[in-house]
Ligand binder design. Sequence first.
Ligand code: DLL
Length: 436
Amino acid sequence: MEVLFWNKELETLPRPKLEKMQFQRLQKTVDQALKTHFYQRRLGKAGITSGKDICCLKDLQKVPFTNKDDLRKNFPFGMLAVDFEQVVRLHSSSGTTGIPTVIYLTQEDLNRWTDLVARSVVATGCTKKDVFQNMMTYGLFTGGLGLHYGAERVGMTVIPIGGGNTQRQVHVMKDFKTTTVHITPSYLLHIHSKLSEYNMDIDELHLKRAFLGAEPYSENTRLKLEELYGIDAFNSYGLSEMNGPGVAFECIYKQDMHVWEDAYIVEIIDPVTGEVLEDGAKGEVVFTILTRDAMPLLRYRTRDLAFLHPEVCSCGRTHRRLSRILGRTDDMLIINGVNVFPSQIEEVIMSIPEVGTNYQIQIDKAGALDRLTVKVEIYAKMFTGEASALDALKVRIMEKLRASITINPRIELHEPGVLPAFEGKAKRVVDTREAL
Ligand code: DLL
């Protein structure tokens, strides 16, 4: 396998040099953050009034955490560190509560982000010969424009189609011989279930790779998609607060995602105590962005759970790798007292060959007790055989799930196309307990 680099020097910088660069950038970032009232107060309380108060990288631990609530409370301009006229772009998200958060970028910030995305796509083997169909939503969501500019900078042929209109997506893929797609894993699964309806065969497409991200998914889902399409699927992680995609990306070895550490300091903390954990230990991911003037964010708590690989990657990059996101501090379900992560359920059902491309997790009340139902679509051919085969499959799914999550779920088998499908981020869990 040929390892390609966008900026070999930066990507393979020896760790001592990389850490020196981080330290210098951290001091500057703290000074920049101190231009906002928010950080003047927050850092002032911790005795930090200048970047010079940070004397080594470890001193970052003196800096208090920032969280989503801080962004909401200071909406819209409370965390802006430059004159508004210097801002050339903003992105915004309206989380589940509907209170928006906003991220600002100067022209320089945008250039730096674009470069990180260019670096990410080249790490997967992309060159200007590739045709890139960007099937993420454009607009305030960062998935569309973020990848768009990075792929253009590499010189790839960009098709800015955005999300939705599945039939057209498939035709465009065929007509322009798309080699690379950027898409949520749930939407790529859904598209596969539609191919026969559009009389399209996978062999008519020229797909080589997919960048999958923006939502949690299991390793088994990746493997399934790689097999269904005959492609390499690369995990891509990011969040609007840290610009968007291009924070961490897999290289051709697909052994988890390099965090671009010249631009981000990543820490893994104990989500309860806030203590910083060693590499290899699972905890909450915390980022400090080092290359954004318009809106510096220090020690931002993502609520995503993962771990860092201490070992060096075969590609030669020195930037540490972040594991797949294993769950979120706020997505754990408590079902009759047992803790269950949706990711555990997905990992199991996607390992069962008869299971198709969509599923849903439902929790409701049956009397005083919680009831977990896992609804899965299975391939149509299963419904033409013996009813007893369906019963046996139900039992097999139930037993495999029970072995993983320790409780008995009800299993519903559905034909393809019955469960709600998603063109952007999927909503897999329907929990109606509180509504009762
Ligand atoms: O989803 C940015 C992005 C766009 C990443 C396109 C990758 C590709 P937000 O809408 O702010 O930004 O959502 C960020 O999505 O904290 C994770 O919980 C989740 N997430 C993003 N990528 C992954 C991934 C974008 N590869 C939130 N695996 C994050 C698991 C992911 N979860």
